[in-house]
Write a protein that binds this ligand. Structure first.
Ligand code: G6P
Length: 467
């Protein structure tokens, strides 16, 4: 690929996040000799693809670059000879996410995009599609890297390795980047001056931090961030300390899609590790559920809010005078995701050996989990892919939840692949955010029927439900 220039394909190219991606590539123009970028979408996403694709063209032109931007509904045409394929699609679009969030909540149970029952169903819808993309890649671009941000990113990455038998895949997320900024803010430092080490699963990892002198400051961060009995609404406060005022939206939260409610001080202090923002769903389930139920009652679940934000964003993107990523994109939860994605591509292409947090095969990094499962860990990114840094073992409080969650992921992926209703019920039963028994079965059945058209593997089970 060095001589002919790089061919990049973005599947789900009509996503509102695409300007993030284009901006990230433009920033790295000196180290990435890009020849063409293909934005791929499906018929239902055509209008969005046209709008965002034209904005991408204007952005590239304004940057004085001659990169070709292609927009297509023909995935196979796009994949031919690709070097990097990134995936950022949402099967069933935002209406499917609304169902994932509202149906469990209508039973008084957590409804979230990547956690609990909703997250499991997002995996059920996405895994068959990612596996069909992998089959196309084997045929059309067997040397390409697959960079997956499609949620639930960890489970999707695991499915690609385990059932797609494709190892050139890396899962990516912006939460580790945000976590570094939030933690640095707690001790008034810049994240650039600290060393971070992460381990766990996607949306379920912990981290430790060291300063420039090699002294561990994890305890100081925890003390500052979780020092009151209620914990503090810390994430946003910490984030504010290291960000320009115009980057921080008043009344918002540091990670836009997660309510900023303080964790319990004693529990985090005893843990001795810094949890990620998604841990709130597991560590303070009662507060998070209360907040979600209030939003549900107002018709303001995150999915519904995002649907409105998206409509506004696409109105902006239509403006022929716009040739930059508009600041309003910051209202979405995926801030900094282009930095992660484009840096990953640059690191592989140039063998930069950058340290990044990615979803990749454990290979012994976390000794509490098997070698062949996907984990989200600090890794060195080389031309041959991520080399995970060793973390060692967790103490029982974290280890117990980690092992439960990893096994919940494995059962979910197996259900998604085989179409087994019993396995799906098993995944619900062991997920800490779903009550077991008849409530689980009612929610499962309702979600199966609601998502029927995107769950071909469960067709028999859905037929038995009388649908
Ligand atoms: C976070 C997560 C992403 C997720 C996003 C949702 O940043 O890391 O995995 O997609 O939030 O944001 P949204 O604006 O769609 O609620």
């Amino acid at each position: 690929m060095k001589d002919k220039g790089i061919k990049i394909v973005a599947i789900g190219g009509g996503s509102s996040y695409t300007p993030e991606l284009i901006e990230g590539y433009i920033k790295r123009r000196a180290e990435l000799p890009i020849r063409e970028i293909w934005l791929v979408d499906i018929e239902e996403g055509k209008e969005k693809l046209d709008i965002v694709g034209n904005l991408a063209k204007r952005m590239v032109k304004a940057a004085g670059l001659d990169w070709e931007i292609h927009m297509t509904l023909d995935r196979r045409e796009a994949l031919k000879g690709a070097d990097f394929v990134s995936t950022q699609f949402r099967v069933g679009l935002l209406d499917a996410r609304i169902k994932d969030e509202r149906i469990p909540l209508s039973h008084g149970v957590m409804g979230q995009e990547t956690n609990g029952a909703g997250g499991i169903f997002k995996a059920f819808r996405t895994i068959p599609v990612i596996l069909s993309i992998v089959e196309d890649m084997k045929e059309l671009c067997p040397d390409a890297w697959l960079i997956n941000f499609t949620n639930p990113a960890g489970m999707v990455t695991e499915a690609v390795m385990r059932y797609g038998k494709w190892d050139r895949v890396i899962g990516l997320c912006n939460v580790p980047i945000m976590s570094c900024k939030i933690a640095a803010g707690a001790i008034g430092a810049s994240d650039k001056d600290l060393f971070f080490k992460f381990a766990g699963l996607n949306h379920f990892h912990w981290h430790r931090v060291w300063n420039k002198d090699g002294v561990e400051v994890t305890g100081d961060i925890i003390k500052n961030a979780y020092s009151t009995p209620e914990g503090m609404p810390t994430a946003l406060n910490n984030y504010k300390k290291t960000h320009e005022p115009d980057e921080v939206e008043e009344g918002g939260s540091a990670i836009k899609n997660i309510p900023d409610i303080g964790l319990l001080a004693e529990q985090v202090q005893d843990l001795g590790l810094i949890p990620c923002s998604y841990h709130s769903y597991y560590y303070i389930t009662d507060d998070m559920l209360k907040e979600e139920l209030e939003s549900f009652a107002k018709g303001e679940t995150r999915a519904e809010v995002v649907k409105r934000t998206e409509a506004d964003l696409f109105e902006l993107y239509k403006d022929p005078g716009l040739s930059i990523k508009p600041p309003q994109l910051k209202k979405r939860g995926g801030a900094y995701y282009s930095d992660a994605a484009c840096e990953l591509v640059a690191s592989i292409y140039n063998d930069k050996r950058t340290e990044m947090v990615v979803s990749t095969k454990n290979n012994g990094a976390i000794s509490d989990l098997p070698d062949d499962v996907v984990v989200e860990v600090s890794s060195i990114i080389t031309r041959s892919g991520p080399m995970p840094l060793s973390w060692g073992s967790f103490k029982p409080a974290a280890r117990g939840m980690l092992q439960l969650m990893k096994n919940m992921e494995l059962v979910t992926i197996e259900a998604a692949y085989t179409g087994s209703y019993a396995k799906a019920l098993q995944a619900f039963t062991i997920n800490p955010l779903v009550p077991s028994g008849r409530v689980a079965r009612d929610i499962l059945d309702e979600l199966m029927v609601a998502h029927k058209m995107h769950l071909p593997q469960f067709a028999d089970a859905i037929k038995k439900l009388g649908q």
